[in-house]
Ligand binder design. Structure first.
Ligand code: HEM
Ligand code: HEM
Length: 283
């Protein structure tokens, strides 16, 4: 891999920054706020930032760069797809639980739903994320989509994945700012109490984490190399063109020749199918 040292440095930094952000979100809710509970009160609301930062930011970030880890390039693409899809599914579940927490809290306290820009963009991000997850499964994991469709969808998948991730970071920053403005009354946010400084730093870490992930995921030379796929999966002695059988036939009857041609046609079709299946498993 080109620039292996730099990749490793960025990866270690991203993991540290993301992990510290998760810890800071816990310190925020336990030290400065009401902790965590599931009773319709403020403790239930607090699941919202904690689960979003853990799942929707940190785990989603790792899911995005998992194909780029060079030591996984010897693992099968199918295994990596399961890991990528699995991490994204965990992120989705945590995001949904975090939304249930905030809606329940709002309803229990008679606070209106879906009035803020934060909630609009946040809900749109979750809806697009679930679409991305569904289409990812349908097109890249299940064995039905043909190779040309996979090839056409891939750039859209990568673009929309990165856009959703960036939007999630922006939404988290809006949410943090809103919460600080609502919660800090005496002393107010504008007088920079320790909680404000602490949570502003958490927001900075989220931006740094997002920037690191987006950088790593957008370097073409750190992309997982394409598989030596089709040939490797052809059966031993398989001859895609079917020429070998014909060229070794020197003195057979016309009927034998025709027979062999039919057999080699069947073999060619089988090989094309295998070839297509092999390519599908790698795209
Ligand atoms: C409310 C989504 C991150 C703070 C909401 C609501 C949604 C949402 C849909 C509306 C709930 C309702 O109307 O009952 C998201 C998404 C996030 C995210 C998708 C991830 C990017 C955060 C973070 C915080 C936060 C990190 C930090 C504390 C709030 C607050 C509300 C809220 C204070 C209530 C006020 C409002 O409705 O805007 N969020 N949120 N959010 N969220 Fe988030
Ligand atoms: C690649 C996002 C779900 C299959 C990518 C990339 C992103 C991304 C940003 C580019 C990674 C890179 O260039 O290294 C997402 C998001 C998902 C999701 C946000 C969920 C909401 C899925 C699912 C599958 C899938 C369910 C099914 C297996 C793939 C494949 C690649 C990919 C095959 C290409 C990897 C390569 O370049 O070698 N995804 N994805 N994705 N994703 Fe997803």
């Amino acid at each position: 891999m080109e620039d292996y040292g730099r990749f490793l440095a960025l990866l270690v930094s991203a993991l540290h920054v993301g992990f510290v952000a998760v810890i800071l979100s816990l310190v925020w809710v336990f030290h400065y706020r009401e902790g965590l509970s599931w009773d319709g009160g403020a403790g239930e609301f607090n699941w919202h930032p904690v689960l979003i930062i853990t799942g929707f930011v940190f785990i989603q970030g790792i899911a995005i760069i998992v194909y780029r880890l060079p030591w996984t390039w010897k693992c099968s693409k199918l295994l990596m797809k399961f890991i990528h899809a699995g991490l994204n599914t965990i992120a989705m579940i945590l995001a949904i639980v975090s939304l249930v927490a905030v809606f329940e809290y709002h309803n229990a306290s008679s606070i209106p739903n879906m009035y803020s820009l934060h909630s609009w963009i946040g809900l749109i991000a979750v809806i697009f994320y679930s679409l991305q997850l569904f289409l990812g499964f349908a097109v890249f994991l299940l064995p039905f989509a043909p190779v040309p469709l996979r090839r056409a969808v891939m750039p859209i998948h990568v673009y929309s994945g990165l856009t959703i991730f960036a939007t999630v970071i922006a939404t988290a920053l809006m949410g943090i700012t809103e919460k600080l403005i609502f919660a800090l009354q005496n002393p107010a946010y504008s007088s920079s109490p320790p909680e404000a400084i602490f949570v502003n730093c958490l927001g900075l870490l989220l931006v740094i984490f997002g920037a690191l992930i987006l950088w790593m995921a957008s370097r073409p030379h750190w992309k997982r190399p394409p598989e030596e796929n089709a040939k490797a999966l052809l059966p031993v002695g398989g001859t895609p063109e079917g020429t070998e059988a014909e060229s070794t036939m020197t003195d057979g009857s016309q009927a034998d020749k025709a027979d062999l041609r039919i057999n080699s046609d069947i073999a060619r079709k089988q090989n094309l199918k295998l070839d297509e299946a092999a390519q599908r498993s790698t795209m």
